[in-house]
Design a protein around this ligand. Structure first.
Ligand SMILES: Cc1cc2nc3c(=O)[nH]c(=O)nc-3n(C[C@H](O)[C@H](O)[C@H](O)COP(=O)(O)OP(=O)(O)OC[C@H]3O[C@@H](n4cnc5c(N)ncnc54)[C@H](O)[C@@H]3O)c2cc1C
Length: 417
């Protein structure tokens, strides 16, 4: 690495901003340019469905870092401009404003975009004006502006984002219905007990949760510009003022694909965050990596992954490689509940509950062949720290001891069995 080597980072989200700072901290001596197509300084997305949507957090508080921090680290920001093309042989990128920038090393942190809702009645050229997706601060601002007390909000999708939007909208006084196509909410990420718990919590808060509910089409109002009702596959018609769709994310891989990089439901990277082109790294939601822990390729959509993989890429770029083998973790805030999850529970054959769900503070463990593979922790942050270590160690612990609250969880770390 020479002091003239230029690092270009495409995507100024959580991963891109972290990569820029960590690369400088690791000793990158040349120019670092962080390019992002959104105009604001890099900001956090998690509050967009939580405190920011409910009006508790300000736009200022979303910023990952103040502007001065980038200046001090000599990281150049090119915001509000997209990278449209990469020439990997010439090591040049083209920006949407016509500029071409040369690079020595390139990092792709392009994140993802909401998966669009596909149903009858969607305008061919976009979406009804009262139907929203939620990925950016601008999306959250639009939803917030449209939600008045007593607005009839329909949320399509009972995943984390949909349920968080439902909770925030209830705090604003909206009448909320959630449609989930699966037989239970959070079906993709947790077991039936947690799903039942969250369905109960939302129903108690006045949310109308409907499972096995598939959206067949939209009815538009007289102007044709906004949706007045949603029609379900069973014929039910639900009149709406506002619709928020949270049915998953599509990774932004098109730029990488056009540059010839290997793609498999994400930009394929190795344990050092290097793509199939050795001079290009990638990190965050846009990537898939082979997980040594799970023995298959996985794509993680979480802040912890974006940060850690970005730090891994920074270490690689600075010639100090270290392998990244994460045990995934994530959190979700709904009402007074802080849910923290670690590990992937799919394929579990044992379930142990520590504490009672009615108390709204408990830990659910998922086991396979007697080993702990995942945990969902509600309102017990200290237990979450221990649960992370138990999952990382794939600890084998007797189910009765795991459930016994008289035995501090921490003790089980040193005395498994
Ligand atoms: C509403 C919401 C709530 C969430 N809540 C949680 C949570 O509670 N906990 C958690 O762990 N995670 C949560 N997440 C997920 C988390 O925010 C993401 O995992 C994280 O933002 C990923 O960071 P990233 O940098 O990979 O991608 P992003 O944050 O998506 O950033 C990528 C950036 O690159 C830009 N870009 C893309 N292509 C180009 C291009 N060609 N040129 C220039 N710029 C480009 C994009 O516009 C974007 O600004 C939430 C996400 C959302 C949307």
């Amino acid at each position: 690495m020479k002091s003239t080597d230029t690092l270009l980072i495409v995507g100024a989200g959580t991963a891109g901003a972290e990569l820029a700072m960590a690369t400088r901290q690791n000793g990158w001596a040349g120019p670092i340019v962080l390019i992002g197509d959104e105009a604001p300084l890099p900001y956090q997305r998690p509050p967009l469905s939580k405190a920011y949507l409910s009006g508790v957090a300000t736009a200022e508080s979303l910023l990952l870092r103040p502007a001065g921090v980038y200046a001090k680290a000599d990281v150049s920001l090119r915001l509000g401009v997209a990278v449209g093309d990469i020439d990997p042989e010439g090591r040049v990128v083209s920006l949407s404003d016509g500029t071409r920038l040369a690079y020595s090393r390139l990092a792709l942190c392009t994140g993802g975009r909401p998966r669009p809702l596909s149903c009858d009645g969607m305008p061919a050229d976009g979406k009804p004006s009262n139907l929203h997706y939620l990925r950016t601060r601008a999306d959250a601002d639009a939803i917030r502006a449209s939600l008045l007390p007593a607005s009839r909000l329909l949320v399509v999708g009972g995943g984390y984002i949909g349920l968080e939007v439902a909770a925030s909208a209830r705090a604003l006084g909206a009448a909320v219905t959630v449609l989930e196509a699966q037989p239970r909410v959070l079906a993709r990420v947790t077991g039936p007990d947690l799903s039942a718990f969250y369905e109960h919590v939302h129903r108690s808060a006045g949310v109308d949760i409907r499972t096995n509910a598939i959206v067949r089409g939209l009815q538009r109002d007289a102007t044709g510009k906004s949706a007045r009702a949603v029609v379900c596959a069973d014929g039910t018609v639900i009149e709406v003022d506002v619709i928020v769709v949270g049915v998953g994310m599509l990774p932004n891989v098109e730029l990488a694909a056009a540059a010839g990089l290997e793609i498999d439901a994400g930009i394929v990277v190795d344990e050092h965050a290097v793509t199939s082109n050795p001079s290009i790294c990638a990190a965050g939601d846009c990537t898939v990596h082979r997980s040594a822990v799970y023995g298959r390729r996985i794509r993680l959509e979480s802040v912890p992954n974006a940060l850690e993989q970005a730090r891994t890429a920074a270490a690689t770029l600075c010639g100090k490689p270290r392998a990244y083998h994460p045990v995934p973790w994530f959190w979700s805030d709904q009402y007074d509940l802080k849910l923290q999850m670690v590990g992937l529970s799919d394929g579990y054959d044992g379930f142990v509950l520590r504490g009672a769900m009615q108390t709204r503070a408990f830990t659910a463990f998922y086991l396979r062949n007697g080993s702990i593979i995942a945990a969902d922790v509600v309102n017990r942050p200290a237990e979450f720290m221990v649960a992370k270590r138990l999952v990382a160690a794939r600890a084998s612990i007797d189910a009765d001891r795991l459930a016994d609250e008289a035995v501090p969880l921490r003790e089980l770390l040193s005395q498994p069995g």
